[in-house]
Design a protein around this ligand. Structure first.
Ligand code: CA
Length: 246
């Protein structure tokens, strides 16, 4: 009795909603459709989904306002939210992330990308194991022994880069602003400039070598560690990570 991950799709455009539903079901998900905020709320009250796919432009209450609302409630705040947006503007993406969305997909999107992003948010939601080892793709960090390896090759990192990588790996696929990273990795050292983060990210990428591409710059928002290098850098750009999965 395998539990299929349940996706609540909040989308008012019937054709798009149907297209998403067909593809998600085919991809092994259970799909619940809601065409407006009222229906979405009713579905949430009934059964909590594993992930919410939320359209930005909805009649009545907008997707972004719904995201904010759900983030405030203890019952719904841990459910990953993926915003669907037709907007390509950077400030809108940042606004979506600020409202509590975990990620966003810009329309028109490929089904492959949508599925990959849903799987990514679900993976990241899996409870952290008791062990000190964190694994993202082929990157493995052992906090107890301070060892890092990529494809079984050991890597050498400075102490700050180690802490930074540890944090990014524990919260992979999520976008972190510079100020959030300063807060989480450096602590309350308010006198450190945000540019410091950029310097250490640069060093981290260099130290990681081939795996450095996993540390993505999200323009206008911050940084993210991702195992989905291919999707974010363009479908034709093959990386070591992608080839190793083939
Ligand atoms: Ca819409």
């Amino acid at each position: 009795m395998k539990h299929l991950p349940r996706v609540l799709v909040v989308e008012d455009e019937p054709a798009i909603a149907e297209l998403i539903a067909v593809n998600l079901r085919h991809g092994g998900f259970e799909v619940v459709l809601a065409q407006d905020s009222v229906t979405a709320q009713r579905e949430l009250d009934a059964v909590l989904p594993d992930v919410i796919l939320l359209d930005w432009m909805l009649p009545g209450q907008s997707g972004i306002s719904l995201a904010r609302q759900w983030r405030k409630h203890s019952r719904t705040k841990v459910i990953p939210i993926l915003m669907l947006t037709a907007r390509g503007d950077e400030p809108d993406k940042v606004a979506g992330l600020d409202a509590g969305a975990d990620d966003y997909v810009t329309k028109p999107f490929s089904t492959q990308e949508l599925l990959a992003r849903i799987r990514a948010v679900l993976r990241r939601r899996t409870p952290e194991s008791a062990s000190d080892t964190v694994t993202v793709g082929q990157l493995v960090l052992d906090a107890a022994t301070h060892r890092i390896s990529y494809r079984q090759q050991n890597l050498k990192l400075g102490p700050t880069e180690f802490k930074l990588l540890h944090y990014l790996m524990k919260h992979a696929e999520r976008v972190h602003s510079r100020s959030a990273l300063l807060d989480k990795v450096w602590g309350d050292h308010v006198f450190i400039e945000e540019r410091t983060v950029d310097v250490h990210v640069k060093r981290l990428r260099e130290a990681l070598g081939e795996a450095g591409a996993m540390v993505e710059t999200v323009r206008g928002a911050g940084y993210r560690l991702t195992a989905q290098v291919v999707l974010s850098t363009g479908a034709t750009h093959k990386t070591g990570t992608a080839q190793s999965q083939a």
